[in-house]
Design a protein around this ligand. Structure first.
Ligand SMILES: Nc1nc2c(c(=O)[nH]1)N[C@H]1C(S)=C(S)[C@@H](COP(=O)(O)OP(=O)(O)OC[C@H]3O[C@@H](n4cnc5c(N)ncnc54)[C@H](O)[C@@H]3O)O[C@H]1N2
Ligand code: MOO
Length: 427
């Protein structure tokens, strides 16, 4: 086995990888299609929001001074001069002793400086009905303060101010804000296209019969799903056989992508065609990273026709290693291309309920389920055997517990750091 000192730490591998990536160029997109992408330029409000003072309540627009001293015992009667729905503007001013019946969102008519909600008038007693409307007057049962229940022009957004700065990820709330200033399209950093290639004579595409000794291609799909989840556009290239010709042709097919991801063939097997072809076709290094799973890793770049460099991430073949390596190295690369720097996942410190052995001085990313106990503390349970070929152990997990390089084991009761992969969905 390699001495641990000749392995590179995870952080160094990630740093070297990220040096190859930068933010991609902007594109213009319909608003809704830009969900999850990063805004490429500041968006400035062309007008105030709300554009006019308007009412926050259904009720009556009044002159606050008219309602001074009003109470249930001594109501103040006002003459109702109009009925105003949202979407309409009333030019007629509200004079002394007058009121306008008004619905939430309608602009406050001139002269009025407070809104009395229905509940504070006798309309509530009579019921909201035609009779109240026809009565031509309303009794106010409580004094209103000037400004009461009025949403001021520009209180949310002021004309000329930056509503959303460049660099912000567009979530549903940002999409709503952009729509509220009338935008239909927005300029965002485009999503990276990630070409994904599986290698190995034993690999069979799902849908085809499985011959003896063969296995189905899990990696292309798990990695493609991660690419999509993290904001990229996956392009599955298929399976390259272990021949120089096939591998070379398939790699070339992927060179119009922003990044090429391969799986398998990066360790020390007899059939080192993958390594040979990667090394010949591109400028690729083979690393051993001080982590488990995912020790062997290839990284470098191919040169596309025209001279463009296409970074290449060569994942180990074992399905869990492939996913964990993509999580640690592929996710930050995709985020960087998207213009995001927040690729670091949240962690929680949880109490291990298992004995977790870490025998060989690598950093162990153990698949576990993190849950909150009745005592309010977080607990981590391993998802079972941790072999790097056992993809169901990954499927059962919502976190990776990190056992550091220099810690030979975690005992039940020890606090361990857990990288949360999934908050929304605990299996
Ligand atoms: N003598 C040594 N052998 C191995 C070492 C080592 O250091 N010395 N490292 C082991 C570790 S750790 C890993 S991880 C694997 C990495 O192997 P490769 O990247 O070279 O990949 P393969 O050997 O071709 O495949 C490994 C394993 O994964 C299966 N596989 C491959 N592709 C897929 C796919 N698309 N979908 C599902 N499963 C896949 C493949 O059939 C093998 O079972 O090497 C260890 N060996
Ligand atoms: O390091 Mo390998 O990735 O354990 O299976």
């Amino acid at each position: 086995m390699l001495p641990v000192t000749s392995m590179i730490p995870v952080e160094e591998a990630r740093e070297r990888i990220l040096a190859y990536f930068g933010r991609l160029e902007p594109e213009r997109k319909p608003l809704l299609d830009a969900l999850g992408q990063v805004l490429a330029e500041d968006v400035v409000a062309p007008f105030d929001i709300p554009p006019l003072d308007n009412t926050a309540m259904d009720g009556y627009a009044v002159r606050a001074a008219d309602t001074a001293g009003a109470s249930e015992a001594a109501p103040v009667q006002l003459r109702v001069i109009a009925d105003l729905a949202a979407g309409y503007v009333l030019e007629t001013p509200v004079g002394p002793g007058e009121a306008v019946r008004i619905m939430t969102g309608a602009p406050v008519p001139p002269g009025a400086d407070a809104i009395v909600p229905f509940e504070e008038t006798d309309e509530a007693l009579r019921g909201i009905n035609e009779a109240a409307r026809k009565a031509g007057s309303v009794r106010v049962l409580k004094a209103a303060n000037p400004g009461a229940n009025i949403r001021r022009r520009g209180e949310d957004v002021q004309a000329g101010s930056t509503v959303i700065p460049a660099g912000r990820v567009l979530r549903p709330s940002e999409i709503g804000v952009l729509a509220s200033i009338g935008l239909t399209h927005v300029t965002v950093i485009r999503r990276p296209v990630v070409a994904i290639l599986s290698t190995g004579d034993e690999i069979t595409p799902p849908g085809e019969p499985l011959l003896p000794g063969r296995i189905y291609d899990a990696n292309a799909y798990s990695v493609a799903a991660l690419v999509r989840k993290y904001g990229g556009i996956p392009r599955i290239l298929g399976i390259a056989r272990d021949t120089v010709e096939d591998l070379t042709a398939k790699i070339r097919e992927g060179l119009d992508a922003d990044m090429l991801v391969t799986s398998a063939g990066v360790s020390r097997g007899d059939f080192d065609v993958v390594k040979d072809v990667l090394a010949r076709e591109g400028n690729i290094d083979f690393w051993t990273v001080r982590m488990r799973p995912g020790k062997p890793l290839a990284f470098g770049a191919f040169t596309a026709p025209g001279g463009r460099k296409v970074p290449h991430l060569g994942l180990p073949g074992n399905p869990v290693s492939s996913m964990v390596s993509f999580e640690l190295f592929g996710r930050p690369a995709i985020f960087t291309m998207l213009g995001r720097s927040d690729w670091e996942r949240p962690t929680v410190r949880a109490i291990s309920r298992d004995y977790v052995r870490n025998p060989d001085g690598r950093r162990f990313y153990a698949r576990c389920i993190v849950t909150r106990g009745d005592d309010g503390r977080w607990y981590a349970d391993l998802t079972g055997p941790q072999g790097s070929g056992m993809l169901t152990s990954m499927s059962a997990a919502n976190a990776l517990a990190v056992i550091p390089e220099d810690v030979p084991a975690a005992n039940p009761g020890d606090e361990i750091e857990c990288i949360m992969l999934d908050w929304e969905h605990a299996p």
